[in-house]
Design a binder for this molecule. Structure first.
Ligand code: BTN
Length: 322
């Protein structure tokens, strides 16, 4: 949404306001105000004409302008009813120089997960990819992935779901009966481009099963709807973006925020690295997003004779206590 339309929308939300008063305030013609009002109506906003002028009487459930209205974070929104992958679209925008834009879609037809997996993305979920140009070296980019997991966890908790983070970056509802230690609610897929000392762009893609029907979920996945009932996706996305914006402003605080919400720390885990499996107690996460696992075996572990292994990526299973 351009700045003037956003200003018109903000004014209508505080209305009623007359067309001439709005034209004066925004230093545009009355015809321009009228065009913006009509465009907002076309986008699904309910703008009433009353004796005292225009007033906003209703906001669409979801969509770009709806998410931007009242959003307390500096992100523009590009919305699609359907797109192959919001991460792919965000990468295109990043290559064109965009920053602080979030690509949102009602559904994805080719959603991508970690390790080349497909990511099921039916209508009703929040499929969102942020285009960022952080002033960070590549080694600190994992903090943005951790921040996204924290932001989603907080928004899910606010929606009444007992959410926690499972390493590496899943948001789950912890459940000892689930084979993997929890029912998966959300995942994060981060992609980036840059030089050794400075990143050029980062795309943080977040998929959250929000108002997704339990029948449309795969494996032991869950959704906000299944756990706590339907919520406003508009408000949910706003909370995620606002919390993420706070966290990225203070990357030094991200790791502790992640630890406080982590279901994995203190658990016995089995991490499948592909070529080998590491088993032991998860004791910490590093600022690179790696998991520190105490295998209890000082011979077979790191060169320094410690029994701790630092694993950077893999599939993690929470095991029942021995
Ligand atoms: C995972 O495997 O846990 C990560 C899943 C990430 C899915 C999100 S949905 C929005 C964005 N677009 C994609 O194609 N993938 C990410």
């Amino acid at each position: 949404m351009n700045d003037t339309r956003r200003a018109v929308l903000d004014a209508l939300a505080e209305g009623p306001v007359t067309g001439p008063a709005l034209a004066d305030r925004l230093d545009v013609s009355r015809a321009a105000v009228w065009k913006h009002v009509e465009a907002l109506r076309d986008a699904g906003f309910d703008v009433d004409s009353v004796d005292d002028g225009y007033v906003l009487a209703g906001v669409p459930d979801y969509g770009g302008p709806a998410v931007e209205l009242g959003l307390d974070a500096p992100f523009g929104v590009e919305y699609h009813d359907a797109v192959p992958s919001t991460n792919d679209r965000a990468r295109e925008l990043a290559a064109d120089g965009a920053r602080d834009v979030v690509v949102l879609a009602d559904r994805q037809t080719g959603g991508r997960g970690r390790r080349g997996r497909e990511w099921s993305s039916p209508s009703g979920g929040v499929w969102a990819s942020l285009v960022l140009r952080p002033d960070l070296p590549p080694a600190r980019v994992p903090l943005l992935t951790l921040a996204a997991a924290v932001a989603v966890t907080d928004a899910a908790r606010e929606a009444g779901v007992d959410a926690a983070i499972k390493w590496p970056n899943d948001v789950v509802v912890p459940d000892e009966d689930s084979e993997r230690g929890g029912r998966k609610l959300a995942g994060v897929l981060t992609e980036m481009e840059g030089e050794a000392s400075q990143v050029s762009w980062v795309v943080v893609g977040t998929g959250v099963n929000v108002n997704v029907d339990p029948g449309d979920l795969e494996g032991d996945a869950t959704s906000i709807r299944a756990e706590a009932g339907n919520v406003s996706r508009r408000v949910f996305v706003q909370r995620v973006l606002e919390r993420f914006d706070e966290l990225r402003a203070d990357t030094d605080g991200v790791l502790d925020a992640w630890r406080e919400r982590a279901a994995t720390i203190g658990q016995r885990v089995r991490v499948d690295l592909g070529e080998e499996t590491v088993e032991g107690e998860a004791v910490d996460v590093t600022e690179h997003g790696a998991l520190v696992v105490d295998t209890g075996d000082s011979d077979g572990s790191d060169d320094d004779g410690s029994s701790e292994r630092v694993v950077h990526s893999g599939d993690c299973q929470h095991l029942r206590p021995a």
